[in-house]
Design a protein around this ligand. Sequence first.
Ligand SMILES: C[S@@+](CC[C@H](N)C(=O)[O-])C[C@H]1O[C@@H](n2cnc3c(N)ncnc32)[C@H](O)[C@@H]1O
Length: 243
Amino acid sequence: MDPLPPRLRRDVVSFVRRSTRMNESQQKAWERLGGRFVIDVERGEMSTAVADGARIDWDEAFGRTAPLIVEIGSGGGDSLVPMAAGRPEANIVAFEVFEPAVASTLGRIGREGIDNVRVVVADGAQALAKLFDDGSVSELWTFFADPWHKARHHKRRLVSGGFADVVAAKLAPGGVWRLATDWEDYALWMRDELDDHPLLTNVHDGWAPRLAERPVTKYEAKGLAAGRTIHDLTYRRVDAAQD
Ligand SMILES: C[S@@+](CC[C@H](N)C(=O)[O-])C[C@H]1O[C@@H](n2cnc3c(N)ncnc32)[C@H](O)[C@@H]1O
């Protein structure tokens, strides 16, 4: 397939880059662990863009071959690190554009003592399209992606436009996409977009039960404290026989 559907070629991204200033412990974590866990990628025009033709040998990056899990928008690693600790058999690649959050993730990785996570500072939507072979990803995690409430900003939602096509192409047959949000309108939008996708099937015929291994992050706690309902969704890439 064309590696980048039109939505991902335009300058429309699902994040706002904030200050890159780190506190002292984040700086220390970056200096100590960045070289080992942060993977550099060839850049496109924007600092978070991935160059056309960029490649990463994931087996080499992890020093082993293992099922690949991808998280987009890993924030400070509040879900990523505990979930990676519970999945020692998987190689987990996280994309996050906010460097201080990546540094916090590195601190958590160090404290947890895990080695099965690598982090890339780049737009994960582009990166998924460009840096992974079709059918090579066993799971994708997008938890509490920014909701972009205003109608004129809906195009910035991660689950938007051609992104589901990219996910369907990159997931291995039988691979799963796990999503969670505390915003009802975004949850309904995700379900509408994905229920209709010909290569994805809703595993639960509606909302998924809360994923037990997903810890309550500060974003989930904030949503709950404000009285919002958390919605989980799980989609499976239909297998080749159904294609
Ligand atoms: C609301 S936070 C949620 C963080 C984390 N998933 C959690 O539940 O704690 C969303 C994060 O996604 C990041 N983000 C949004 N779009 C992204 C993209 N396309 N690529 C990489 N990171 C992205 C933002 O920088 C932000 O840190």
